[in-house]
Design a protein around this ligand. Structure first.
Ligand code: NAD
Length: 829
C-alpha cells in the first residue's frame, strides 16, 4: 500500500510493539519463584501454575504456587523486617520509594509489554495510563513518607499488611497497595491475582535492584484458596487490604471479624454515566468509549449504566453505534487497537452468560458488524437498550465491554436511577450546565464523581466506594489512615486497661426484681432542685406526709418523641450496690426498625448548613450545662463515683459538644490539583445512618463522645446507650427536645446491648456501625455488618479513656463520621 492509497482509505497501518525483550526476560527466569525476604525461593509445594496470554490462549510461562507454609515464611520475614522498617526515619523511606518510582520509569516499556502480554489489555493503555500512574503513586507516597512525622503526629504503622489484588490493573493495584503501606512504615506480603502475576514479579526485581531491606516487600503467587485465605487468617498479620469482587470482600469481612485486623475493601461497582440533554454529545460518545471499553470494560468503576435524558437518547444511541462500528479490536500489542483480550476464558464465559441473560430478559442487544479474532479470548463491544432497571444486566457487575442504557426525564429521576444499585464506587455526569452537574454530584452515592470526564485517576485523589463497593480509600491523605493507628492504642493494649475513675461491677441476674429503693428515696447527693425526688409536703390540715417520687420511666426516643417500647417490657437499672435505681424500656427489633426509619427520614440533616449544625450543638451544650448538677448526681447514682468525678464527666461532655460544634464548620474537604487542567473537590460527606453502641465506662460522656461528632458531620444516629447505666442518656431526651434538634437526627433505644446491636448490624439501611463493648460483641458486629458491607468501628473489647481528649475526641471521630467523595471538574474548552 502506497501513501496515496493510505491517504484515500485512511486505514490503520500495523503498529506492532515487539514482545521480544519481554519474552526474553520471561525465558531467563522461568519458572518463577516466590519473593520472600529479598530472595527468590522455590514454593514449598514444589508446584507451578501456568500463566496464559489471553490474546492467544497459550501459556506464557509458569509461576510458583505458594501454600500456607510459604505464607508463614513471608509473614515471618515481614514481621522481622518491620522491627527495623517501622522505625526507619521517614526521609530514609522516602529515598527508597523515590528509587522505586525511578526504576519503574526506567523499566516502563518492559512493564507495559509484560502487562499487555499477561492481562490482554492494549499496550496503548499500559504504556500511557497504567505504568505512568504506578510511578506517580510511588513519587506521591515518597512525599508522604517524608512528611509522616510532621503531618500524622501521634500515628504509627499498623505492622505487617497482607495485600490481595485483582487482575484488571495488576501493577497499578500493586502500587495502590504497596506505596501507602511502605510510606507509613509497614511491611507487606502481597498476593497478585492468579491470572496476572508477571508485573508483580518484575516489581520484586525492582525492589531487589534498589536495595530495599529484605522482608519489607514479599510477593507470593498462587491460588486464592492456598495463599489468599492463609494470609487473611494468619494471626501475625495486622491488616488486610483487599481489592476484588464484593462477594470475596464479604467473605474476608467475615473471616477477619473480631480478629482486630484492620481491613480495607475496594470492591465492585455498577457505575452510572449520566447524560443530560444539554451535554456535548460528541464528547459524550468519546466519554462512553473510555468509560466502558477502556480495559475491555474490566474496570471496577466502569461507566456500565448509561442513563440518558429521554429527548437526546435516540440521537446519542445512533452516534454511539456509529462509533462502536469504528472501534478496533485485536492484538493488545498493536498500538492502533482500542480493545484487547478478556483476561481469561472463564471471564469470557461469564460475560457471554450475562449477555445471553440480558437478551432473555427482553433487552435489545446491539454489536458492531465486524467479527472478533477467533484465537484468544475476545468479546465485542456490546450495547443494550430497552433495559428495565430491575433486570440482571442493569444490576450486576458484568465486568466486560457491555453497556446497558436507560432513559430518564428529570434530574431527580436521574439521581434516583443512578442510586438504584447496591454499589457506590463512581459516577460520571455530563452537562454543559456546571450548576446542574455540581448540584447532582453530591446527591450521587459514589466515592468518585467525574464531571464531563470519566475514569481519571491520580495518587493525590483518594479512590474508594460507598455501600457495597467497600470502605477505605486508596490515594490522597485519607488513604494513609488505612495504614496507621493512633500510638496511644498500642500503649493502651500493652497496659491492658486504664480508665482511671471507672468502677466496674457486673449486673447479676439475682439482682433482678430487687427493691426499687432509691426511686422512693433520694439518690446520692440529691438536693431540692430535682424533680424526681421524694419529698415532704405540708398539707392544709397541718399534717406532714412523705411524698413518693413522681415516677419517671424513660421511654425510647424515636423521631423526636418519647415512645413506649414495643415489647411492653422494662428493664431494671442498678446502682453499684445492686439496688434498683430506675427502669428503662426493653427495646426490641421493632423499636430499632422504627428508629432506623426515623433516622432515614431525617436525612435532610446532611444538607443543613454546617453553621446550623454547630448552633444546635452549642445549644445542646447550653441546655446540658443548665442541668449540670442533676446530670452529675445521676452519674454518681449509677456508678458510685465521687461527685467531683461526676462533675468532671459532665463538664467534659459539655466541652466535647463545644468541640464538635467548633468542628462542624471546620472539618472540611480540600481541593486537589492532579496533573490535569482542572480540580478535584474532595468533599467530606456524612455516611448516613450510623448505629452506635455506647461504652459502659462513662454513661454521659460516652454517649456524647459518639453522637456529637456523628451529628456534627450530618449523620443521623440510632444510639444504644450504656446497658449498665442508661439513665444519663435517657435524661438527655429533654435536653435534645429543647435544643432545636430536628426530629429523627438522634434516636435512642435502650435495652440489651448485644441483642440491639445485632439487629442494627444486620439492618441493611444502617450504613455504619460503631460498637464499644465486649470483644465478643465486636466480633458479632463485624460479622453481621458483612450483609451490606457497612463500615464498622469497634474497640475489640479495649476500653479507652474517654476523659482524655486524645483518646476521646478529635479527628479519629470525625473521620469515622465521614467519607470522602472526589468530584473531578476539568476546565477549559
Ligand atoms: P476476585 O475477588 O475474584 O479476586 C481478587 C483477589 O482476591 C485475587 O487475587 C484472588 O486470588 C483473591 N481471592 C479470591 N478469593 C479469595 C479468598 N477467599 N481469600 C483470599 N483471597 C481471595 O476479583 P477479580 O475477579 O480478581 O477482580 C475483579 C473484581 O475486582 C471486580 O469485582 C472489580 O470491580 C473489583 N475491583 C475493584 C477495584 C476497586 O478499586 N474498587 C479495582 C479493581 C477491581
Amino acid at each position: 500500500m502506497n501513501i496515496t492509497e493510505i491517504f484515500e482509505t485512511m486505514d490503520y497501518g500495523p503498529a506492532p510493539e515487539s514482545p521480544t525483550p519481554a519474552l526474553a526476560w520471561i525465558k531467563e527466569r522461568q519458572p518463577f519463584g516466590l519473593f520472600i525476604n529479598g530472595q527468590w525461593v522455590k514454593p514449598a509445594s514444589g508446584q507451578y501454575l501456568d500463566s496464559v496470554n489471553p490474546s492467544t490462549g497459550k501459556p506464557l510461562t509458569q509461576v510458583a504456587a505458594a501454600n500456607s507454609e510459604d505464607v508463614n515464611a513471608a509473614v515471618t520475614a515481614a514481621r522481622t523486617a518491620f522491627e527495623t522498617w517501622g522505625k526507619t526515619p521517614g526521609h530514609v523511606r522516602a529515598r527508597y520509594m523515590y528509587a522505586i518510582a525511578r526504576h519503574i520509569q526506567k523499566h516502563s516499556r518492559l512493564l507495559a509489554v509484560l502487562e499487555s502480554l499477561d492481562n490482554g489489555k492494549p499496550i496503548r493503555e499500559t504504556r500511557d495510563i497504567d505504568i505512568p500512574l504506578v510511578a506517580r503513586h510511588f513519587y506521591y507516597h515518597a512525599g508522604w513518607a517524608q512528611l509522616m512525622a510532621s503531618e500524622l503526629p501521634g500515628y504509627e504503622p499498623v505492622g505487617v499488611v497482607g495485600q490481595i489484588i485483582p487482575w484488571n490493573f495488576p501493577l497499578l493495584m500493586l502500587a495502590w497497595k504497596i506505596a501507602p503501606a511502605l510510606a507509613m512504615g509497614n511491611t507487606v506480603v502481597l498476593k497478585p491475582a492468579r491470572y496476572t502475576p508477571l508485573t508483580a514479579l518484575k516489581f520484586a526485581e525492582i525492589v531487589q535492584e534498589i536495595g530495599l531491606p529484605p522482608g519489607v516487600v514479599n510477593i507470593l503467587t498462587g491460588e486464592a484458596s492456598q495463599v489468599g485465605e492463609a494470609l487473611v487468617r494468619h494471626p501475625d498479620v495486622n491488616k488486610i487490604a483487599f481489592t476484588g469482587s464484593t462477594d470475596v470482600g464479604r467473605s474476608l469481612r467475615r473471616a477477619t471479624a473480631g480478629s482486630g485486623k484492620k481491613l480495607s475493601l475496594e470492591l465492585g461497582g455498577k457505575s452510572p454515566f449520566i447524560v443530560f440533554d444539554d451535554a456535548d454529545l460528541d464528547s459524550v460518545v468519546e466519554g462512553v468509549v473510555d468509560a466502558i471499553w477502556f480495559n475491555q470494560g474490566q474496570v471496577c468503576c466502569a461507566g456500565s449504566r448509561l442513563l440518558v435524558q429521554e429527548d437526546v437518547a435516540e440521537r446519542l444511541i445512533a452516534k454511539l453505534r456509529a462509533r462502536m462500528e469504528k472501534l478496533r479490536i485485536g492484538d493488545p500489542l498493536d498500538k492502533a487497537v482500542d480493545i484487547g483480550a478478556i483476561v481469561s476464558s472463564a471471564q469470557l464465559k461469564e460475560i457471554q452468560r450475562l449477555v445471553e441473560q440480558g437478551v432473555d430478559e427482553g433487552a435489545e442487544m446491539w454489536q458492531p458488524s465486524w467479527a472478533c479474532p477467533t484465537e484468544g479470548y475476545f468479546f465485542p463491544p456490546t450495547l443494550f437498550t430497552n433495559v428495565s432497571p430491575a433486570t440482571t444486566i442493569a444490576q450486576v457487575e458484568i465486568f466486560g465491554p457491555v453497556l446497558v442504557s436507560m432513559t430518564f426525564r428529570t434530574p431527580a429521576e436521574a439521581v434516583a436511577l443512578a442510586n438504584n444499585t447496591r454499589y457506590g464506587l463512581a459516577a460520571s455526569v455530563w452537562s454543559e450546565n456546571i450548576n446542574l452537574a455540581l448540584d447532582v454530584a453530591p446527591k450521587l452515592k459514589a466515592g468518585t464523581v467525574w464531571v464531563n470526564c470519566t475514569n481519571l485517576f491520580d495518587a493525590s485523589s483518594g479512590f474508594g466506594g460507598y455501600r457495597e463497593s467497600g470502605f477505605g480509600r486508596e490515594g490522597g491523605k485519607e488513604g494513609l489512615y488505612e495504614y496507621v493507628r493512633p500510638a496511644w492504642e498500642t500503649a493502651l493494649r500493652a497496659t491492658a486497661r486504664v480508665a482511671p475513675t471507672i468502677h466496674e461491677w457486673d449486673v447479676q441476674p439475682s439482682m433482678v426484681g430487687a427493691r426499687l429503693a432509691p426511686a422512693l428515696g433520694p439518690a446520692p447527693g440529691k438536693d431540692e432542685d430535682t424533680h424526681d425526688h421524694a419529698g415532704v409536703s405540708d398539707f392544709s390540715n397541718g399534717s406532714r406526709i412523705a411524698l413518693p417520687a413522681i415516677d419517671r420511666t424513660p421511654k425510647m426516643f424515636i423521631n423526636g418523641k418519647q415512645v413506649r417500647p414495643d415489647s411492653g417490657y422494662s428493664r431494671d437499672v442498678y446502682d453499684p450496690a445492686g439496688r434498683v435505681i430506675g427502669q428503662v424500656g426493653e427495646g426490641n427489633r421493632k423499636d430499632v426498625r422504627n428508629a432506623v426509619e426515623a433516622a432515614h427520614a431525617a436525612s435532610g440533616w446532611a444538607s443543613s448548613t454546617t453553621h446550623n449544625r454547630a448552633q444546635i450543638l452549642y445549644y445542646i451544650a447550653e441546655n446540658l450545662s443548665v442541668r449540670e448538677g442533676e446530670f452529675a448526681r445521676r452519674i454518681v447514682q449509677q456508678t458510685g463515683r465521687s461527685q467531683a468525678d461526676a462533675i468532671t464527666e459532665v463538664q467534659a461532655a459539655i466541652s466535647r459538644l463545644f468541640s464538635y460544634a467548633a468542628w462542624a464548620d471546620k472539618f472540611e474537604g480540600v481541593v486537589h490539583r492532579p496533573p490535569l487542567r482542572g480540580v478535584v473537590l474532595a468533599m467530606k460527606e456524612a455516611i448516613g445512618v450510623i448505629g452506635m453502641v455506647c461504652p459502659d465506662e462513662y454513661p454521659l460522656l460516652g454517649f456524647v463522645s459518639l453522637a456529637a461528632p456523628a451529628i456534627a458531620m450530618g449523620n443521623t444516629v440510632v444510639v444504644v446507650p450504656s446497658q449498665q447505666s442508661p439513665l444519663s442518656a435517657t435524661d438527655c431526651y429533654q435536653v435534645l427536645e429543647t435544643s432545636d434538634l430536628p426530629d429523627g437526627v438522634v434516636n435512642i433505644v435502650t435495652g440489651d446491648r448485644d441483642m440491639l446491636s445485632q439487629v442494627l448490624a444486620d439492618h441493611d439501611d444502617v450504613e455504619a456501625m460503631w460498637y464499644f463493648g465486649s470483644a465478643e460483641g465486636c466480633k458479632r458486629v463485624e460479622l453481621a455488618s458483612a450483609s451490606n458491607m457497612k463500615r464498622t468501628w469497634v474497640n475489640y473489647g479495649h476500653p479507652r479513656n474517654w476523659l482524655d481528649p486524645i483518646q476521646g475526641e478529635g479527628e479519629e471521630f470525625l473521620r469515622e463520621s465521614t467519607q470522602v467523595k472526589n468530584i473531578w471538574v476539568p476546565y477549559g474548552d
